[in-house]
Design a protein around this ligand. Structure first.
Ligand code: PMP
Length: 487
């Protein structure tokens, strides 16, 4: 440790259930810009996972818009304000015409919770259909239907309520119906069948469906792209059952797919309610629900006032407007398309040279690599995926892994990620996959087995009980960012 560096380690008992990225050797990030993050020594990391800082970390246009508005006014939305109206207008312009009513909230969870309320009041139904592996938020109403979380609760305190029905995840690589067993054309129908069966059972029990909720592409579930036609066929069945469709675009919206602003649109689908968040404020907490006039009217008619102190405040809306400007002015959707094509070609090259890569799937700035121990059995290569993420970080590339077996390497970079960045990423992956093929990966197992189940998050034994933060009292003289070599 350098002599001029005096580090005091203060253990703070905050947020004990939070999982840090790179938990065995967490990063303390001090600054960020574009697609790079810098630790406290000024070392650069290529950020391949930050879909929150959508238009690039600390984008000057966004920062300036927020600062300017903070100097002028911030208050709640019981006053008229141009920013509120302008942002609602700009968002609606990006949506199909029927989706024209906007509610501003502060997080994806709030947006989805409100969406469920809208659906319930409009349909008078009680039953909710969700997908296996879904994640829709951290509040109680959403943990209820987020199988991604429910499946890992080990103390039995929170179980799936009876009004929640789980449909098969339409994962054609690893799901119930696979591309090896059925022609691609049949797969959508088979998975739609799972939703239809649920609707049939709900009706047989003399109950009414309220909604189907799904991400337009499943992110936490392992970067899943649905088989062609799946979403529109499900939406049709759900509507025929008198229920509404909620498209969660919290992770996959705002042009990430490149061809369209919204991922549901890229699949030719028309939801009744859309929830948006994360990228909307480029790191600032703002989110929204967009719905039809009819659904909004049903909610107003229920008699409960909807007030949200911070939702739609002038500062958040100024930031939201700036994000939309940057997406357009910096041609970020075009960039997502261009980089997406390079990713497609390069990742598939990796697949041809490494048996470890079982499946490459994605579009635009949304990609997943399903790592396998064996291509025929498709046994998930969970330890290998952990090793890839660790070694990538040591090579200053930030990646994460997800899916029910934690074996899917996730890519969801800020939209300013360049073709050169994509090439660097693939070069690093190539080296790491080669290390694994040459047996250089140390043998270990990160998956713990409890109650006969493999689980991946929670209080795994090797994790610290408390979230520990390292605070430096006297910072090391920072290496000038410009001189920092990204290696
Ligand atoms: N929906 C999806 C698909 C998400 O990924 C998340 C957050 N990861 C949420 C909703 C909840 O958003 P927030 O954390 O902003 O409440």
């Amino acid at each position: 440790m350098a002599q001029n560096l005096f580090i005091s380690i203060i253990l703070l008992k905050i947020w004990p259930s939070c999982t840090l990225f790179f938990k065995s050797d967490p990063l303390k990030i001090d600054e960020a810009s574009g697609q790079y993050m810098y630790d406290e020594k000024g070392q650069a990391y290529l950020d391949c996972i930050n879909n929150v800082c959508h238009v690039g970390h600390c984008h000057p246009t966004v920062v300036e818009a927020g600062c300017k508005q903070m100097h002028k006014l911030n208050t709640n939305s019981r006053f008229l304000h141009d920013n509120l109206v302008m942002l609602a207008q700009r968002l609606v312009e990006t949506m199909p015409p029927s989706l024209c009513m906007v509610y501003f909230v502060n997080s994806g969870s709030e947006a989805n919770d409100l969406a469920l309320r809208l659906a319930r009041h409009h349909t008078k139904g009680s039953e909710i259909i969700t997908l296996e592996r879904a994640y829709h938020g951290h509040v109680l109403s959403l943990i209820d239907l987020s199988t991604y979380k429910l499946n890992h609760i080990t103390d039995g305190m929170h179980t799936k309520p009876d009004f929640v029905h789980i449909a098969e995840c339409p994962d054609t690589y690893r799901g119930k119906y696979r591309d090896t067993d059925y022609p691609m054309k049949q797969l959508a129908d088979l998975y739609v069948g799972s939703v239809n069966d649920i609707i049939g059972k709900i009706h047989a029990a003399d109950k009414q469906v309220s909604c189907f909720i799904a991400e337009s592409m499943q992110s936490c579930g392992g970067q899943i792209l649905y088989p062609e036609g799946y979403l529109s066929k499900v939406f049709k069945s759900v509507r025929a059952a008198g229920a509404v469709n909620i498209a969660d675009e919290v992770q996959v919206g705002f042009g990430r797919v490149g061809t369209h602003m919204w991922s549901f649109d890229a699949q030719g689908c028309l939801p009744d309610i859309v929830t948006i968040g994360k990228p909307m404020g480029n790191g600032h907490p703002i989110a929204a629900v967009v719905t039809t006039r009819e659904i909004a009217a049903s909610f107003s008619a229920c008699g409960i006032e909807y007030f949200n102190t911070y939702g739609g405040n002038p500062v958040s809306c100024a930031i939201g407007l700036a994000v939309l400007d940057v997406i357009k002015n910096d041609k970020l959707m075009e960039n997502a398309l261009k980089v997406g094509k390079v990713m497609d070609a390069k990742l598939n090259e990796l697949k041809s040279s490494h048996q470890l890569v079982g499946d490459v799937r994605g579009v635009g700035m949304f990609w997943g690599l399903d790592l396998v121990k064996d291509r025929t059995s498709r046994e998930p290569a969970t330890d290998e995926a952990a090793y890839v993420v660790k070694r990538a970080k040591e090579n200053h590339v930030l990646l994460s892994r997800d899916g029910p077996h934690d074996n899917v390497i996730k890519f969801k970079a800020p939209m300013c990620f360049s073709v050169e960045n994509a090439e660097t990423l693939v070069e690093k992956l190539d080296l790491i996959f080669t290390e694994i093929a040459e047996g250089k990966m140390p043998q270990h197992s990160e998956c713990k087995v409890a109650n006969g189940k493999t689980y991946r998050r929670g209080a795994a034994p090797e994790w610290p009980k408390d979230l520990s933060l390292v605070l430096t009292q006297e910072k090391q003289t920072k290496v000038e960012k410009k001189n920092t070599r990204f290696n």
